[in-house]
Design a protein around this ligand. Structure first.
Ligand SMILES: CC(C)(COP(=O)(O)OP(=O)(O)OC[C@H]1O[C@@H](n2cnc3c(N)ncnc32)[C@H](O)[C@@H]1OP(=O)(O)O)[C@@H](O)C(=O)NCCC(=O)NCCS
Length: 180
């Protein structure tokens, strides 16, 4: 399968709304996006603005997913990733995170780290983070209210530019509590 990434333009608005509303997103806070919400997000510049850029993930010529880069004016951007259910589990997620990490570090020289968060039970996303050299840095208990009324933990991962450059993975200093 040939995977490409194509930056969204204004003419993609309708296709983007169809993509967001076309299926359920079980690990997003809003699991079912309706047309009005999707159009509002597009109008607000969530996908394309000074601080946000988005890209179609194109598999063999067909868009199958979306990369959204956020907080691009910060030195720690974040990202969101959505792949259509029919195309999950075949390695596209890991290719997308590898691509977006390289894109951010090469396009924005001041970026020192890239961060991502997900729900604790989103096993595929957590495996993608690890496979792509990201390290777990945070565990926020009861931080993720889901649309079905349940509450989950949020986990945060990041990759450092210095690790990405050197091909290393360094861990946070977890044993640094100031206790006797
Ligand atoms: C999360 C997501 C981006 C991962 O992309 P993907 O293309 O499905 O993932 P990959 O095929 O690269 O597989 C990732 C890993 O998860 C594993 N995996 C996939 N589905 C799994 C499942 N249901 N249970 C356990 N492991 C699973 C794969 O075996 C693979 O493991 P490996 O790296 O050890 O081989 C994609 O599934 C998705 O878009 N999900 C819905 C939206 C979402 O949750 N986005 C994340 C928001 S932060």
């Amino acid at each position: 399968m040939n995977i490409d990434f194509r930056r969204l333009s204004d003419s993609d608005a309708d296709a983007l709304v169809r993509f967001l509303t076309g299926e359920r997103w079980p690990f997003h806070v809003i699991g079912e996006v309706d047309d009005a919400t999707a159009r509002q997000w597009v109008a607000e510049g969530r996908f394309a603005s000074e601080e946000n850029r988005s890209f179609w993930i194109v598999a063999d010529g067909t868009p199958v997913g979306l990369v959204r880069l956020m907080d691009l004016a910060d030195d720690t951007p974040m990202f969101d990733l959505r792949i259509e259910a029919a195309h999950r589990g075949s390695g596209i997620g890991a290719q997308a995170v590898t691509w977006l990490t390289r894109y951010l570090f090469t396009e924005f020289p001041e970026v020192r780290r890239v961060e991502g968060t997900t729900r604790q039970d989103n096993v595929p996303m957590r495996r993608v983070f690890l496979r792509c050299g990201y390290v777990k840095e945070a565990h926020y208990r009861d931080a993720w209210p889901a649309y079905d009324g349940t509450v989950h933990d949020t986990v945060g991962y990041a990759i450092l530019r210095r690790d990405w450059t050197a091909g290393t993975v360094t861990l946070p200093p977890w044993d640094d509590d100031p206790i006797d």
